[in-house]
Design a protein around this ligand. Structure first.
Ligand code: GLN
Length: 388
């Protein structure tokens, strides 16, 4: 038999998605893969029901339905402080997962280097492998997960084609400050590098932190490929609606990459989601308040149990320190946690380039009752998990 492709040789399956399967197997409260267990906004579901009876069952325009792009352009123009052209500066994709992949394939050649901050969302590793690029990792140092500007410049000196910026950041919950973004922007300019953003948690930011769109920094529009999605903002991770916003010359190419990868995102879902894109500011304020309540509830519960953890500034993930249990493998710890305590988590090692195995990631995008149930189970963690 011929051999399979070289590019997939070093691939593992996604540990995040694997942990969902393991959680289901043990009937654990699944706080591993980040998705809500509460309903999306009623208006979206009502519109979806109507859409099934209307004429949206064939392909939409490959780079996104006109209606969707117009609504998105209006919303993002407001937020990004720049008039975005729905026809020339947007590609609608199947989730931000495709947006990131298409962005990577649009700007990199095999062998190109790409800066990735560590810890990082595990897909970026796979994205670089699939596009043949080579990651240069730059550490973010806890507890604030700040980078060292000199280390970052040393990475830029290796002539990367792009830097991947996840802001607010999964899994560490960092919200990059304006000054940090400006530092990255100055280096991107100096070393003539693209910046590919993943801003799917743009609306999940806790006071007093604020999200700054990288593309809105002076001079950065031209070199930024902004990726995001509707998954987290409207609690519709299964709809797989994402997008790329970038200057016309980049979008021209991204449109082709996207077209040949997937042709297009689901037409009826795009149409139904327009309802969400047209929500007023109140919706985003309520979303922020809802997640703030969940974050605080969950952090309080963890403090009562006495497990040390990160305090997210944005996004909905917490890293817990499990050193006291003495496990060499955080993956093994997560399996035991799902089986014996009944809570699903993701091993921290799947996010870190460095040799880190004393952290696990939990998320709190769940109904309060689900979070209380998880906390009840975690109360017994020291009884149920024997220290090694
Ligand atoms: N972004 C979410 C996480 O980190 C879900 C990722 C996914 O499975 N697409 O858990």
């Amino acid at each position: 038999m011929p051999t399979l492709s070289k590019r997939t040789e070093n691939f593992t399956d996604s540990v995040i998605r694997r942990m969902t399967r393991i959680s289901n197997q043990y009937g654990a409260v699944n706080l591993s893969q980040g998705f809500p267990d509460f309903e999306p906004p009623r208006e979206l579901l009502d519109r979806l029901a109507q859409v099934t009876k209307e004429d949206f069952h064939q392909y939409s325009i490959t780079w996104g339905a006109q209606n969707f792009r117009e609504a998105l352009a209006e919303k993002q123009s407001r937020l990004m402080g720049r008039k975005i052209d729905p026809d020339g500066e947007i590609v609608v994709t199947c989730g931000s997962t495709e947006a990131m992949m298409a962005a990577m394939m649009t700007v990199t050649n095999p062998g190109d280097k790409v800066i990735v901050f560590s810890p990082f969302y595990e897909n970026y590793g796979a994205d670089t492998i699939l596009s043949g690029a080579e990651p240069i990792y730059v550490p973010l140092y806890p507890p604030e997960f700040n980078f060292n500007s000199e280390e970052l410049e040393a990475a830029f000196k290796q002539k990367p084609k792009a830097l991947i910026l996840c802001n607010p950041s999964n899994p560490c919950g960092k919200v990059f400050t304006y000054d940090e973004l400006k530092n990255i922007a100055d280096l991107a300019e100096k070393y003539d590098t693209f910046v590919i953003t993943d801003e799917v948690y743009e609306h999940i930011v806790y006071e007093p932190y604020k999200h700054t769109y990288f593309a809105s920094l002076p001079g950065m529009w031209e070199r930024t490929i902004s990726c995001s999605s509707l998954s987290k903002t409207y609690s519709i991770t299964g709809w797989r609606l994402g997008y790329i916003i970038a200057p016309r010359n980049i979008i021209e190419v991204a449109k082709k990459v996207h077209d040949f990868l997937t042709v297009g995102a689901a037409a009826p879902l795009q149409e139904a989601a327009v309802t969400g894109l047209r929500f007023g500011d109140d919706y985003y304020k309520e979303l922020q308040a809802k997640y703030t309540e969940k974050r605080d509830l969950f952090l309080r519960g963890l403090d009562d149990i006495g497990i040390s953890h990160t305090v997210p500034q944005g996004a909905y993930y917490i890293l817990l320190d499990i050193s006291e249990f003495g496990y060499k493998s955080d993956l093994e710890f997560c399996e035991v946690l799902a089986r014996d305590v009944g809570v699903g988590a993701v091993p921290g090692s799947s996010f870190f380039r460095e040799d880190v195995n004393h952290l696990i990631r939990l998320h709190f995008a769940k109904k309060n009752e689900t979070l209380y149930e998880a906390l009840n189970r975690l109360e017994n963690i020291r009884k149920k998990i024997v220290k090694l």
